[in-house]
Design a protein around this ligand. Structure first.
Ligand SMILES: [Zn+2]
Length: 387
């Protein structure tokens, strides 16, 4: 259902009206309380989401709605947080204006010096990573593969009927659908309707945000052309933006178009005076083949191996700079859990000191940890068997 939502639209619409929820049958429900799932509408289609605080009740081994109790489940976020999970869906405040009076400038809110009563705003990359984490796309349940359709369904279930910068989130955020031959017309109409809301008049420019997998970025006569997967739509952008992005996302950039990896982007779109769509800001996240976020090409290789071996694992992601000692991956199918550290080949002092600190901490706390120190081949890393 998550891979082909168009086929189930009518049935889910009916369930949303009565009884108002869907039921997960991954395990027998105790007594008369069924394991409910939230039915959320996005465009013409519907998606299922975990019932708040019930992720842990689903079958850990088989069910995609299972979630370890974690930040998403424990805390909906405080009032001044940039990103909050509400019963209706995501409530996000980005540090990019979605509606501006002049064309061509990105206004960013000052993130420093804001008083405590002012709500913070999230940078694009932080927003993308929070979505991945809160939607559980950074967790692997031991399956064999995962395509964009499944990720799309998980993300849309999180987004729901939320808000972004005070606007209805479904008007300003589009999470690219997976191309489906049978639903081609529906999906194209949905994307076109979104793109048509991005308009520039002499007075105001209405922008839009797209989350998609990057297919290619190539130079053109007037700058660069960005192509994303699942659509033939292309977007123009400036040489300056591409050069800045290549510097800011130096691990992800060289991996664009590589078969072993995927690069996911959040794009801020604006319409030019002559009617073209232009990317005026972007952030990208490197992922492995199955959309598990990774911080380097070595992590991509490790995550691909873990998926191939059908391990159950999590890519821990930072909520803020406070969480210093996160492992690169956490194997959750061993007892106790096993940390996986992928040490890069960087040789600067700060990196080496940090590596030594991490190793000391694992030893001191007697935490199981599997290390990979390239250039040793990945196949030489011994991982503990799943228990
Ligand atoms: Zn379930």
């Amino acid at each position: 259902m998550q891979d082909n939502p168009a086929r189930f639209a009518t049935r889910l619409e009916r369930a949303k009206k009565s009884p108002g929820y869907a039921v997960c049958c991954c395990r027998p429900s105790p007594g008369d309380t069924p394991l409910r799932l939230v039915v959320r509408r996005y465009g013409a289609l519907f998606h299922l989401a975990r019932w708040p605080d019930e992720g842990y009740r689903h079958d850990r081994d088989k069910c995609t709605f299972f979630a370890e109790p974690g930040p998403t489940e424990e805390s909906p976020g405080r009032a001044h947080d940039a990103i909050r999970n509400t019963p209706a869906g995501l409530n996000a405040k980005l540090d990019v204006s979605l509606s501006v009076r002049t064309v061509g400038t990105v206004t960013r809110g000052a993130s420093t010096g804001a008083s405590r009563s002012t709500r913070r705003s999230a940078p694009l990359l932080g927003f993308l990573q929070r979505i991945w984490m809160d939607a559980g796309v950074n967790q692997w349940a031991g399956g064999t593969q995962r395509n964009w359709g499944t990720c799309n369904a998980q993300i849309l279930a999180l987004v729901g009927d939320g808000k972004m910068n005070g606007k209805p989130i479904q008007d300003v955020l589009y999470v690219m659908r997976r191309y489906e031959e049978a639903a081609q017309a529906t999906l194209k109409a949905e994307f076109d309707a979104f793109l048509n809301r991005i308009q520039t008049t002499p007075a105001v420019s209405e922008r839009g945000i797209v989350i998609a997998e990057i297919k290619s970025i190539d130079p053109s006569k007037y700058g660069f052309v960005i192509k994303i997967r699942q659509t033939f739509e292309t977007f123009f952008t400036s040489k300056q933006l591409i050069e800045d992005a290549a510097r800011s996302f130096r691990h992800a950039w060289p991996m664009i178009g590589k078969a072993d990896a995927r690069v996911v982007a959040v794009l801020v779109l604006e319409r030019t005076k002559d009617g073209n769509l232009r990317v005026i800001d972007l952030a990208v996240q490197l992922c492995n083949k199955s959309f598990i976020p990774c911080d380097s090409s070595y992590e991509v290789a490790m995550a691909n191996r873990l998926v191939e071996e059908r391990r159950r694992f999590i890519k821990p992601m930072r909520l803020d700079d406070g969480d210093v000692m996160l492992p690169d991956f956490r194997l959750t199918d061993t007892s106790p859990e096993t940390a996986i550290e992928v040490y890069g080949m960087e040789s600067n002092d700060a990196y080496l000191i940090r590596k030594a600190q991490k190793q000391a901490l694992y030893a001191e706390r007697k935490l199981p940890c599997a290390e990979w120190i390239p250039p040793a081949p990945l196949s030489t890393v011994a991982l503990p068997a799943a228990t």
